[in-house]
Structure formats: C-alpha cells, structure tokens
Ligand binder design. Structure first.
Ligand code: ZN
Length: 312
C-alpha cells in the first residue's frame, strides 16, 4: 500500500513522503495501521477490528539499475505483515498509479523537476523557469489520485502542496498525467477547477513520456510546462468578462430594436422602481431630448430611462 495511518498522530501518511522528507524519522519503529478504505474483504473470524490491522513500512531502494542501464529509485511502501493468514484482500494499485508514483518519486528524490511558465504580462512565452527545490513543497501532504472511467484509468493527479501560499503559484502544484485522449474543453475545465481550489496545474500527456519498463516511465524533455494559478485565474476572468460584455451588448441592442419598432410609445408600462406610476415619455426642455420618467414623480419617484440616439 502507498499509505497507512500512524497510530499516534492518527494521520494518513504516504510512504513516499516518508522516503522524501518527513517528520516521521523512524517509520519502522512506529506503529502503523491499514487504512480501512483499502480493504475489499477480510476474514471476520480472524479480524475483530479493521481499524487496528498493523502494517509495516518497507524502505524503497534509491538506486536500482535496470536491464537498459537506467538508474532509478523504487518508492517505499507499506505492507500487511501476515496478509494471507489474516485473509485480507486489499484494493490493488493500478498500473498507472504505480507509474505516476514511481515517476514523481524519482523526480523528487533527485530534485530534477523543473517547470517553465509564462506570467500574465507575456501569456504565450514560457520563458520563466523554476526548480522544484525552490518551491516549498510539503512532502507530508503529497497525494496521488487516479480517475477511472469505463474501467480504464484515465488520469493520475499528483498533488504537490506547498508549506506556504505563493502569490503566483497558489497553494501548490497539481501534475496531471493524462493516459487517454482528452477534449480541449475538458482541459480548460480542469484548469479552472484546480484554479478555484488554489492550485497551479501542469499537464503531461502519454506522448510526453517514454516507457522504460513495466514500472517506470520517463519524460522525453526535462522541463515541463506549468500554468500558474495567477494566470489560470486571469484567463478565466478575461474570458468570462468578454462573454458577459457580449451578452449585455446583445441584450441592449435587442431592447433598442424593439423600442425602435414600437416607435418609442408614450407609455412603456409600470415603473419597476416604485410600482405605483407609469413610465411616460417626456421631453427635456433645454436639450430637446426625449426620455421616460415615472408618472409618480409627485410622490418622489425619480425613475427615468433615457432614449438613446435622440429618437422620439
Ligand atoms: Zn416610479
């Protein structure tokens, strides 16, 4: 398993975070419990309390050389000490989950993950660069989630939270590894969703990787493109403001046309402000312009509507 519950802090901790940098200095000496959410079924005769199933911490291997001569690390994990005796079945880890986990673990342990990004002022130029080292990652809170659709793993979300909020990047970075095709509108939607949660986002597609082994994928390029939170939110605001302005303009034009069609009648209905008078056409004595004003003016209603283009 990739995580377990610490018996003292009662917190769910990922094995990967212990391998990287953690407040759990001696994980093997501490007591860890299986997260009951990981259980599919178990022998009820043998296990009385599912919240107290002990698991062990297995340190990963930071240097393994595979058949292709590539050196890589294996992420640490948790294991159930006497799984078969206890008759426990746990949720299997998907292949994609394993790939995402090993990839990020290798990148983080070697500190060789760099992002290139654009700032708002230069929306299309990704000419800024930052290394993972320069970001204040909270290794204890790293998370990996996978999305399954039609029995197929679609996406792995690697969540890298910061220790402190950053003005440009927000609360952290989400790396989305997309294993199947995706519509561009879905990408924009996901960007906004993560943006509203306060995260910057980085997309990696199947084509960005090369397969090294069953358990290992590696990036073709070393620097990956990042969309900073500030940029996502700025673009969201711009697009929606544009939409809003457009709709407003359309509505004004429709009203204008309707009024023109009606030749600006003497009365255009009740006053929506005081609900007592009627909006009646009047002419300004000095400017000669026509406008509508509330017939209830004597009781203090000053509601008026200008007639555009000086029409009458
Ligand atoms: Zn009125």
């Amino acid at each position: 398993m990739e995580g377990a519950i610490n018996s003292v802090t009662k917190k769910y901790i990922m094995a990967l975070s212990i391998g990287l940098d953690s407040s759990y200095q001696f994980p093997k000496e501490e007591k860890w419990y299986l997260d009951p959410n990981d259980i599919i079924d178990y022998d009820k005769e043998k296990i009385k309390d599912v919240t107290k199933i002990e698991v062990g911490y297995r340190k990963g291997n930071d240097s393994v050389i595979n058949w292709a001569g590539t050196e890589y690390a294996i992420a640490p994990c948790f294991f159930i000490k006497n799984k078969t005796d206890l008759g426990i079945n746990i949720v299997p880890e998907s292949k994609e989950h394993k790939l995402a986990k090993n990839w990020i673990y290798n990148r983080l342990i070697n500190k060789n993950l760099s992002f290139k990004f654009a700032k708002i002022s230069k929306p299309f130029e990704y000419d800024n660069e930052i290394n993972i080292n320069e970001l204040n990652i909270n290794y204890d809170k790293i998370g990996i989630e996978v999305t399954v659709k039609n029995n197929k793993t679609q996406r792995a979300d690697i969540i890298l939270p910061f220790k402190k909020y950053d003005k440009l990047f927000g609360s952290g970075i989400v790396v989305e590894i997309q294993f199947s095709k995706q519509f561009e509108s879905t990408t924009t939607k996901r960007n906004n969703e993560w943006g509203f949660k306060g995260y910057s986002i980085c997309w990696l597609w199947k084509d960005d990787f090369e397969n090294i082994s069953e358990n290992l994928i590696e990036l073709k390029e070393d620097t990956i493109k990042l969309e900073p939170l500030q940029k996502i939110m700025h673009e969201f605001a711009e697009n929606n403001l544009y939409d809003f302005k457009h709709k407003l303009q359309e509505i004004s034009r429709m009203i204008e046309e309707k009024m023109h069609e009606l030749k600006y009648p003497f009365l255009i209905g009740e006053c929506k402000k005081c609900n007592r008078g009627y909006m009646a056409k009047k002419q300004n004595k000095s400017t000669k312009k026509y406008f509508y004003s509330c017939s209830n003016w004597q009781e203090g209603c000053k509601h008026s509507i200008n007639i555009l283009d000086g029409e009458n």
